[in-house]
Structures are given as C-alpha cells and as structure tokens.
Design a protein. Structure first.
Length: 365
C-alpha cells in the first residue's frame, strides 16, 4: 500500500487565501520529504472555504519545490471547461513537471459551480465529462485536422493550420500515451467506479464517505474487473480518509474530537453543506438515522481513523479487509490554523514512519 494526500482543501472563510495557499503548499513539500507518493488538489470556483479555482496553477507553484511526489488534480471538473483548453493546459503541466502529473477528472461536486456553468443536470454533467475526456485523449494521440461533434460539444481545427510552421499543432503530454487518469466517486454504489476500471483508470473514493459507501465502491471495482474478464485487483483504487495519529490512543481521540481541531471543523461544515443539499446519505454510516439526530462527534467516530500508530495500522488493515484491499491511502488535508498545523504534521510523520511500515508487515504476514 502507498500513502498520499487529498485536499479539497477546506479552510474557515475568515482566513486569508494567500495564507492558506502557503499552508497547503508547505504541507505538500513536507509530504514529499516524508515519502508520500501522490497529492490530489480539488477545484472549486465559487466557494470561499475551498478557494482553489485552478489546481494546475496552484500545483505549478510546488513543482520545483518537490522532488518525487506526484501532483494531481482532485479533480478537474471537465463539464466546466472547454476540452481543448484542458488538453493544452494539462499537456503543458505534464511537461513542466516532467511526467509527475496525475490527471484526476470528474463531473464536479459543488452545486454553485454547477449553476455557474449551467450544468446542474446530473445526466448532462456526466455525459459532458465522458465526451470531454474522449476528446482530450483523441487530441493527445492525433494531429489536426480535428472535428468533434457530440451531444454537448461542436468544434474543430480544420482550416487555420500551417503544417510547416506548426501552427495548429496541439501540445502533447510528457507521459506516453498520456498521464494516468483518476476518477473520483462519492455516491453509494457509484457506477463511475466500475466505468473507471473498465476504461483503465484509477478510481478514488472521497474521504467524507461513510465506510458503507466505500464498501459499495469496492464492489464496483470488482464488477469492473469481472466485466473485463480479469482477476479482481484493488491496487489501483485510492481511498481518501481523515486520519489522526498520535503517540497514544487517548491523545489521538482528544485531537480528533477537539471542537477547535481541523477534523471537527471539516466534518461540521461539510455536514451542514450536505444537509442544505439534501445529500447526507454520502456521510451517514446508518442511512436510516434522521439527519437531526446526527452529531459531529458521531461523524468523527464514523469517518476519522484515529489512534496510536499500532491502532491506526490495525484500523486501516481491518478496513481494507472489509471493503477491498485498496492500494493507495490518501490522507485528507485538514486546515492548519493555530495549533492544528503541528498536529497535522505529527499525523503525517507517524503515518509515514510508523503506520505504513506496520501495514507492510501485515501485508507480508
């Protein structure tokens, strides 16, 4: 199993954005030094608490401040962008990073962004995502003239081409045939997980999903391989989780349930967002539990993996045995205001230096 980072990222709205950008960048640099394999950064245009409008611009700021960690979008919301724009910008980033890029794609998950780009209809959004990625992949593997006419896109590059001067030539990625593609999922029994496996992509399960939802994604991974007629292999599946590691179980519990802590803020805020959107099934471990009966402490206990290194290693391995032996654990990036930054770094250090080796021993046993 590998470990990485996943960040929407989310911060209290009163914090200066310039400050939070620096905080998350420094967290990624620290993760690189610890040996984390990947980081995925989300894209949200219209939400002050999730202030990264362009993951590519943000991640470009750490290309030359990191050495090994792979930098990924988590995700590029394809219905919000023209496919040719994405194809060119991603190819540029992949070359700038010399192939350290993971291309996370999705239909988008923020309702205000959906309204902003006139893609509130879920079926339309999903269709646009698949049409867009098919166009992007075709641009990367071929040369103009291009003509794309789908249900939602109609454009081409056929006349304004000067081959001898390379006018009309689209950028190609550094990685061949293209960067690895990751597709996120948060809904119970999400069909996008099965589709990802069938297309040779890597599915990613969101950190705020209850374990029951994660288990349903594991079943979809298996269905995808069964459709392909191949043995089930969970190694390409990434699962993001909120993680708190301290030297003792008691210290970890205090940190996870601290009302001033990053995890408490994160789950409290996100729960309110999902209540407003009438989409709480994503987070509730018991789907029959009334929303008004759910407390933040319940969400922490259901969703956050916390404890000493021994306890966290056992919890992670036990979860893998229940839901499917996912190959990449993504630690969710929490806000680091005040004393929280030191706590997040402690969790990362213990996860990399103590928890992961324990899991590797369990895998070999």
């Amino acid at each position: 199993m590998k470990i990485g980072l996943f960040g929407m990222p989310m911060h209290p709205a009163h914090r200066p954005q310039s400050e939070t950008y620096d905080e998350v960048a420094e967290r990624i640099i620290f993760a690189d030094k610890l040996g984390f394999s990947d980081v995925f950064i989300g894209e949200h245009i219209s939400c002050t608490t999730e202030p990264i409008a362009s993951p590519l611009i943000f991640l470009a700021s750490v290309i030359h401040r990191t050495k090994n960690i792979r930098l990924g979008t988590g995700v590029s919301a394809l219905p919000n962008h023209h496919p040719a724009h994405v194809a060119g910008q991603v190819a540029q980033f992949d070359n700038m990073s010399k192939g350290r890029f993971n291309f996370g794609i999705g239909p988008g998950g923020l309702a205000s962004d959906m309204e902003l780009f006139n893609v509130l209809d879920g079926e339309k959004r999903s269709a646009m995502m698949y049409e867009s990625i098919d166009i992007i992949l075709d641009i990367w593997k071929s040369n103009p003239p291009y003509r794309y006419k789908t249900e939602h896109y109609d454009f081409g590059l056929e006349e304004m081409i000067i081959p001898d001067l390379f006018v009309g030539t689209m950028l190609k990625p550094f990685q061949k045939p293209h960067p690895p593609i990751f597709s996120t999922a948060m809904s119970p029994h999400s069909s996008s997980v099965k589709t990802a496996i069938e297309r040779g992509w890597s599915p990613m399960s969101a950190n705020f999903c209850g374990e029951g939802v994660i288990a349903s994604h594991g079943k979809k991974v298996a269905e995808g391989f069964e459709t392909l007629g191949k043995p089930v292999d969970y190694s390409s599946w990434s699962v993001a989780r909120n993680i708190v590691v301290r030297k003792t179980d008691a210290e970890a519990e205090d940190a996870a349930l601290n009302p001033e802590g990053g995890n408490f803020f994160y789950l409290d805020y996100l729960w309110k967002v999902l209540v407003a959107a009438n989409y709480t099934a994503v987070m509730k471990e018991d789907p029959n539990m009334a929303d008004e009966d759910v407390k933040v402490a319940d969400l922490v206990n259901d969703i956050v993996i916390y404890g000493s290194p021994d306890t966290v290693a056992q919890k992670i391995q036990a979860m893998r045995e229940r839901v499917g032996n996912f190959g990449n654990l993504l630690m969710a990036i929490m806000d680091g205001e005040g004393a929280n930054e030191a706590g997040e770094r402690e969790s990362m250090t213990l996860l990399a230096n103590e928890v992961l080796p324990k899991i590797h021993k369990m895998e070999k046993a």
